[in-house]
Write a protein that binds this ligand. Structure first.
Ligand code: FES
Length: 101
């Protein structure tokens, strides 16, 4: 498990962002729960942690592709799915496993 930040720093308009080698991870607050995904957009590697969220749907800041943060489904291309990773929280610290859910 990778330590990616503090739960108290995670806000709906302020996701956590973490890089570990080639892995770029974003943790979003979705309905009060942390959700970890790949931070690079599958379309053209845009920074998803800088996107906007409305009703658990994340929009990429570069070209606007949208992803359902509960399922990883891409609303613009059904053949693409965002990687979602297991998250755990211990004493205000957020951990992510790079094994896909
Ligand atoms: S890079 Fe995200 S929509 Fe193009």
């Amino acid at each position: 498990m990778l330590e990616v930040g503090k739960l108290s720093d995670l806000k709906e308009d302020n996701p956590l962002y973490f890089e570990n080698g080639n892995a770029k991870i974003a943790v979003f607050l979705v309905d009060g729960e942390p959700v970890a995904t790949q931070a690079n957009c599958p379309h053209a590697n845009g920074p998803l942690h800088k996107g906007s969220i409305c009703d658990h749907v994340l929009s990429c800041p570069w070209h606007g592709w949208s992803y359902d943060l509960k399922t990883g489904a891409c609303e613009d291309d059904p053949g693409i799915k965002l990687e979602i990773y297991p998250v755990s929280v211990e004493e205000n610290t957020v951990y992510v496993s790079l094994v896909e859910n």
